[in-house]
Design a protein around this ligand. Sequence first.
Ligand code: MG
Length: 461
Amino acid sequence: MAAVNFTDYDILGFDMDFTLARYKLVPFFNMVYDGICRFLVEEKHYDASIFHDLHEDKDLIYKGLIADFEKGNVLKLGHDGVILRATHGTKKLTMEEIEKVYGKNRIFGDYENFQNGLKSPDGKWRFFENYFDIPALVAFARIVDSIRKMDPGEERSTYVHIWAEIYEALEDMYKPTQCRANKGSFFPNMKAHTYKYIDKISPEIKDWLDALRQNDRKVFLLTSSFPDFATLVMEYAFGPAWKSYFDLIVYGGRKPKFFTESKPFLEVADTHIGLEVEELKEAGEYCHGNSTQLMEFFTRLTGKITPKVIYFGDNLWADAWPSKSLGGWNSVLVLEEMDAEGYVISDGTVKEQENTGGNSSLLDGKIRFEHSSLVTEEEIELMVSQFWGSIFIDEMRDNRTAEEKVMNTAFGDLISQYTDICVPSIEYLAGVPVTNAFTTFGTDRGSNKGFHPGCPKSLLS
Ligand SMILES: [Mg+2]
């Protein structure tokens, strides 16, 4: 059976946000949502009452959904592009209502583009899979609700312009220049109350990174965050010596464009972005760049024509998909939702008594589903949704035998195609010897073999 062993790689790369740096999901989500709403009220003159009482829409909050900006709908897709569940704004739609909008077969019309790049070529839909923008999905759904309430009978032809305004809010928050300028609602909050939103990493993670670097293996950081913000996050999470854990640091990586475009690398010194560089150097810090030049550097660094690279990230669109399908790297997906849903410990990498966060339960008197002690009850509540069901499988479509529960959601399908293994956290990996062989998803679409320390609850009978 195919397996990933980290010591087989020449180079190991890491994403920062939600991968090496773990965010405190609930306060982070609330802060981002508040920032988006404040912008929409103050700059776009939306009625503040639209955005009240976020807890009422907890069930809508979920990773891996698609917003159809034309129709004002939120969709959960199957592996074949069939819409499994949907809302209009926050209102749950029946199968009949979904068929009325999308046709009898309930196919999402742009599924081919979704599969090929996870991005709408004309901005008519968006795949939401990270907590920097999922709060914007909630704001979108609520505005759709408010429009329908005003004109219940009227057929709207599009809500694309609503998303355009929300997108302005996101830009105002995340535009990299806002960090140094201390403007917008995001960076000033992150700077003033870093402790509220980010966890400090454990000594085990530092030891694990050191172990990965033994025997001439190299470790690099590739983040889309810019030098000033990345420095804030890493200094807080790792401490002042954070750079010493990496052989190369790339900021402003513009993933996934890092793999498709050929922007030059710019020098970075003391968080300031400087001039274009010809050649990358070990222990260097750079901004932007591209995967072709990076691979040339890795070839020089290792003396190997095709150095083996593996990349750890939390995003399918920005990390796993481009790493594997464009970069020719292997990929590890860090998916907190595994922890939220619970999994059975079955691969021998965790001793049961080490992993009792007080959230485990006994089912059938024998199978024990675990959540690590990292994830809080509040976070589980935010990540898990009764309405949307499991991120990996939808029982509405499940007609397979219990022994071979195959992932049948679009999200699950992408996991099995574009990641080699999927884990709940870096913290978990840091507790496993670096020489461990992790079984991969392999070539079977929908396979569940690559989950570690074991299979998510929904994929077991
Ligand atoms: Mg990330």
